[in-house]
Design a protein around this ligand. Sequence first.
Ligand code: ADP
Ligand code: UDP
Ligand code: MG
Length: 236
Amino acid sequence: MYRRRLTSLPLFFSHFHQVKRADQLKIYQAFSTEIINPVESESSSTRNSPFVAFVLGGPGSGKGTQCLKIAETFGFEHIGAGDLLRKEMYSSTEEGAMIQKLMREGSIAPSEVTVKLIRKAIESAGNRKFLIDGFPRSEENRTAYERIIGAEPNFVLFFDCPEEVMVKRVLNRNEGRVDDNEHTVKERLKVYKAVTLPVVNHYAKKGKLYKVDGTGTQEEIFERVRPIFSSLSSLV
Ligand SMILES: Nc1ncnc2c1ncn2[C@@H]1O[C@H](COP(=O)(O)OP(=O)(O)O)[C@@H](O)[C@H]1O
Ligand SMILES: O=c1ccn([C@@H]2O[C@H](COP(=O)(O)OP(=O)(O)O)[C@@H](O)[C@H]2O)c(=O)[nH]1
Ligand SMILES: [Mg+2]
C-alpha cells in the first residue's frame, strides 16, 4: 500500500526508495507516557526518507517548548506551523492581513496556505527528521497535508494538559502575540476541542499517537518525551 502511494509522491519526496515495517521500530511505553494502540503494521521510512512527527496539544500545552528540547537533543528540524503563519502575517501581503485577522479570532488558516508553507520549510531544510508543531489543527488540515505531501506522519506526539494550566501559561507567555489574551484563548480552546481533538482521535485509532502528560515542569515533561525519541534514534 505504501509503495503504491510512493509512486504519486511529489518531487521532493521522490528520493524515498526503501520502506521498513514500523514494527521493526523499537517503540515502547515510557514512564507515564501513554501509547495508544502502538503502531504495529504501518510502514515507516528508512534512512533516506523524511521522518515526520506531528506535535499536537492545546494552546499553552507546551508544544513549542518541548519541540525546542527535542530538536536540540535529537537533531530534529522544528517546523512551527504558527511560527510560519506569523512570519507570513508580518509580510505586507493580502494573505498576511488575512492571517492576522484569523489569528486574532483564534480560527484556523486555510489548509492550502499552511501546507504550502510547511512544504517549503521541509524542502529547504538540510534535515530529514521533522517535528511539525501545531499542525494539523483540523481534519481538513490533515487530509490536505496527506493529499499535497502524499504521506502520513510517522507518529503524533500529543501533550495532554488541563485547560486551566494551558490558559495560565498562555496569559503569561509574554511574546507580544496577537492571540495571547483572555478573549482569544477562550475561542482557541473551543476550536481545539471541537476541531483539533478529532485529529488527535484519528491518530489514536490508527495507533500512531503518543500521549504525554503535559503538566509539571518543562524538565519533567521532557523526561516523559525523551524515551520516545531515544527509541527511534538508531532507526531514523
Ligand atoms: N512545563 C511548563 N511549566 C510552566 N510553563 C511552561 C511549561 N512549558 C512551557 N511553559 C511556558 O508556557 C508558555 C506556553 O508554552 P509553549 O511551549 O509556547 O506552548 P504551546 O506551543 O503549546 O502553545 C510559554 O511561555 C512557555 O515558556
Ligand atoms: O496549522 C496551523 C497552526 C496555527 N494556526 C493559527 O495560528 C495560531 C497560533 O498557533 P500556534 O501553534 O503558534 O499556537 P500555540 O498552540 O503554540 O499557542 C492558531 O490559533 C491559529 O490561528 C493555524 O491557523 N493553522
Ligand atoms: Mg506553540
